[in-house]
Design a binder for this molecule. Structure first.
Ligand SMILES: CC(=O)/C=C/C=C(C)/C=C/C1=C(C)CCCC1(C)C
Ligand SMILES: CC(/C=C/C=O)=C\C=C\C=O
Ligand SMILES: [Fe+2]
Length: 555
């Protein structure tokens, strides 16, 4: 007789079994019982097994929706259950030095009951954890318990403004109330679905573009610990989704929508207080350019002012506009401001060609033979000044690939910002975009090269035809060459570089990515940072939704 003792947690103790053995389907020991699969959790002495539901389970009851086709790409499909954890089998070999935890964040749940969200960036945050130790790998995933997520679960309704979704007012009076809540920030989401960073003091924070969407998590359990409250009086509602975080620093930008400009702020480790370094005033208008990320060099913070600008009118609209909360203002031009980190002074501010970017890759100072800084070089994933990429990230488009080559072209955009007082900067491709299939986004570098002259970057590129970046690409910015990993029909997430401790070469390390494959399944992939060959993969019990950005927490 089979007898299973289920605890209230996800993990259950197995006493005896009349279960079906299941090695072939998942390449590891496990059992099938009804519609659930159980894997051995082999790092405990007890025979402990972890339950994996194969259909929409009861764990997200109010958000439940039938998954009709189990084999469709998991990347654009809502996560099937709130959490899972267990050891997964590695094919190949993970280097023994790789000890620690990779955590990836991203929007993984795009529906409330039968109501489907429209944009990739609307989804409720899903964390994925890959814990590497002694050549073994434990995977876990879990939803972040933001107020927005909890409210959707309890009311079965959208309660906060997401990237493109706006709660429906019940009547005219509540519409007026909603406008007030928009300006106070009360109706903005705290759905921290964009990135995750480890602060120098060890705290792990998930982030999005709303300041209230800064949420502390426990990197071991993926528990939501609570809001990260900023103790200063700086106010404001939005910030860059990508602060610069190092072992000593936390820098971010706060766009000022009233008096167009950006505050550059720093937060000391162990504190929650952001202090102003300086302010960059916008040169174009009527609002600041969207600032999803920004780069730094050793001595400077680079403040981008994109012609794709925040738009207060679009913020007020109930239905998404073609550019969501933004507008394209080519006449307002594009600029790059360079601020001295030490003094907060703007050392130069140049007009540059029009550009569209989510992600800066890196920046560094160019010096002459006397060691004087002559220019700042800043690289980004640049979408050829074309805003249509935002529309391509609507879920309807992501779910509808019919083989047509519809991904707009992108490149590694290299800004050259002279520091000699010239009014203009340059923007050119750092290498021939054909090298990476003219697709380019979701980048990482060796973190020791942040702000310094560097050679390698890792990003997603394209093998055409495609509708979304579908390769992992190592860029050599000196040789101006790219090398790619590709698996037909798969969607890889951001290639994340982890340096080998003690390494002296820039590309000595591994690259971690999470793959959603054409069979609806998924796996963690580890590539060698130097050869860019696969060294290991580990299949998940089921495919996971696409995720955005990760961080590495060394053991
Ligand atoms: C996931 C990602 O990369 C970006 C997410 C951006 C969000 C959630 C932006 C939200 C916003 C609002 C809810 C209102 C104010 C404007 C804006 C910051 C775009
Ligand atoms: C998925 C993405 C931006 C994510 C922001 O955090 C951009 C994809 C661009 C494709 O080329
Ligand atoms: Fe991002």
């Amino acid at each position: 007789m089979a007898s299973l003792v289920f605890s209230t947690s996800e993990t259950s103790i197995f006493r005896s079994s009349a279960l079906t053995s299941n090695r072939s389907a998942h390449g590891r020991d496990g059992f099938i019982l009804g519609r659930s699969i159980f894997f051995k959790n082999s790092n405990t002495k007890d025979l402990q097994i972890t339950k994996v539901a194969t259909k929409s389970p009861e764990t997200i009851p109010s958000l439940e929706r039938k998954i009709s086709d189990d084999r469709k790409l998991a990347a654009w499909t809502s996560i099937r259950q709130e959490r899972w954890e267990g050891e997964i089998v590695i094919e190949g070999e993970v280097p023994l030095w790789l000890k620690g935890t990779y955590i990836r964040n991203g929007p993984g749940l795009w529906n409330i009951g039968d109501y489907n969200f429209r944009h990739l960036f609307d989804g409720y945050a899903t964390l994925v954890r890959l814990h590497f130790e002694n050549g073994r790998l434990t995977m876990g995933h879990r939803q972040i318990e933001s107020e927005a997520y909890k409210a959707a679960k309890t009311t079965n309704k959208l309660c906060y403004r997401e990237f493109s979704e706006v709660p429906k007012p019940d009547n005219f009076l509540s519409y007026i109330g909603d406008l007030a809540k928009l300006f106070s920030g009360a109706s903005l989401t705290d759905n921290a679905n964009t990135g995750v960073v480890k602060l120098a003091d060890g705290r792990v924070v998930c982030l999005t573009e709303t300041i209230k969407g800064s949420i502390l998590i426990d990197p071991e359990t993926l528990n939501t610990l609570g809001k990260f409250e900023y103790s200063d009086k700086l106010g404001g509602l939005i910030h860059s989704a990508h602060p610069i975080v190092t072992d000593t620093d936390f820098l971010t930008l706060l766009p000022d929508l009233i008096n167009p400009g950006y505050l550059v702020v720093r937060m000391e480790p162990g504190t929650n207080e952001r202090k102003v370094i300086g302010r960059a005033n916008c040169r174009g208008g009527p609002a600041p350019g969207w600032v999803h990320s920004f780069p730094v060099t050793e001595h400077y913070v680079i403040v981008p002012e994109m012609p794709l600008r925040y738009c207060v009118q679009n913020l007020l609209k109930a239905e998404p506009t073609p550019l969501f909360k933004f507008e394209w203002r080519p006449e307002s031009k594009g600029f790059m401001h360079v601020m001295c980190k030490a003094s907060g002074k703007i050392v130069t501010s140049v007009e540059v060609p029009l550009y569209v970017t989510f992600h800066f890759i890196n920046a560094y100072e160019e010096r002459d033979e006397d060691g004087r800084v002559t220019a700042v070089i800043a690289d980004c994933c640049e979408h050829n000044a074309d805003t249509t990429i935002l529309d391509k990230l609507r879920l309807q488009n992501l779910r509808a690939f019919s083989g047509e080559d519809v991904l707009p072209d992108a490149r590694v955009g290299r800004f050259v910002i002279p520091l000699d007082g010239s009014p203009h900067g340059k923007l050119e491709a750092a290498l021939d975009p054909e090298e990476h299939g003219k697709g380019m986004d979701m980048c990482s570098i060796n973190p020791f090269y942040l702000g310094r002259k560097y050679r390698y970057a890792y990003a997603c590129g394209a093998k055409r035809p495609c509708h979304f970046p579908n390769t992992l690409t190592k860029l050599d910015l000196v040789e101006k060459k790219a090398k790619s990993w590709f698996d037909e029909g798969s969607v890889p997430s951001e290639p994340f570089f982890v340096p080998r401790p003690g390494a002296t070469e820039e590309d000595d390390g591994v690259v971690i990515s999470i793959i959603s494959d054409k069979n609806g399944e998924g796996y963690a992939l580890v590539l060698d940072g130097s050869s860019f060959e696969e060294i290991a993969r580990a299949k998940f019990p089921y495919g996971l939704p696409y995720g955005l950005h990760g961080c590495w927490i060394p053991k």
